[in-house]
Unconditional design. Structure first.
Ligand code: ZN
Length: 246
């Protein structure tokens, strides 16, 4: 099964549209979303509406919970808090109902799907091998797909060792004897220095050989998103970072 995994769309409709257009040419069997549909960006309702139908599975992110008032925003930075308050006002009932129904984790074709980490689904950032190791120990998944950090990465556990690696646009072979945590990056607010939208395709059973994971980067008209954010009165640093990928 070829599965396109999107995460951290953050109400960025231009980035989402560009990614969905790219996915449409990639012959996938399913699309999944790892949470943070909203927060930061200017199009929360349109993004939920656009994704709702094509999604086979999805999970809840910390910004989705915050936008519903189901989570405190005290640990968010001030700009993120401002954007959440704006989003709470902007959300329509149907988008709110969709976000409310999202589970904390999901599974599709052997892939464990979660926003932050397997042991603390919406909140934990897996930034290093120490935290990755603790998560491999905490749950029995073989391949987990995560988002939340907005930085693509792969953690591999084999023979009791955990290594961190980068993902590229050439397929990474996933060894049958290893376990993986793969961060798919962010569609709507990349933070790895590359402003292009990121998403991942996992092929769980290619015609020959082991499963593969391939990261894609898609350019989108971020100036249009910035213009909308400005018109909405969203915080300037959130507008500026889209151009930087930071
Ligand atoms: Zn996020």
């Amino acid at each position: 099964m070829r599965i396109a995994a999107l995460s951290d769309v953050h109400a960025n409709l231009e980035a989402l549209a560009a990614v969905l257009e790219h996915v449409a040419t990639a012959a996938v069997d399913a699309i999944v979303c790892l949470g943070d549909f909203v927060g930061y960006g200017p199009d929360p309702n349109a993004c939920v509406e656009r994704l709702q139908a094509p999604l086979r599975a999805s999970v809840s992110g910390n910004h989705d919970l915050a936008a519903l008032g189901a989570r405190s925003i005290e640990d968010f930075n001030l700009f993120a808090q401002e954007a959440i308050v704006w989003t709470q006002r902007a959300l329509h009932d149907d988008a709110r109902a969709f976000l409310t129904a999202l589970p904390p984790h999901a599974e599709l074709d052997g892939l464990f799907l979660v926003h932050g980490s397997p042991r603390k689904p919406p909140d934990e950032y897996i930034m290093d091998t120490r935290i990755a190791r603790a998560n491999f120990a905490a749950a029995p998944f073989r391949i987990a797909l995560v988002g939340h950090t907005h930085r693509p990465a792969v953690f591999e556990e084999s023979n009791n060792r955990v290594r961190r690696g980068v993902l590229a646009d050439i397929p990474l072979s996933l060894s049958a004897g290893s376990r993986y945590i793969i961060n798919v990056g962010s569609v709507g607010q990349p933070r790895d220095g590359d402003p292009r939208a990121a998403y991942l395709i996992v092929d769980t059973a290619p015609a020959a050989g082991a499963a593969t994971a391939t990261l894609f980067r898609v350019a989108y008209p971020f100036k249009e998103t910035q213009r909308k954010m400005e018109a909405a009165g969203l915080p300037v640093p959130l507008i500026e970072r889209l151009a930087l990928g930071r």
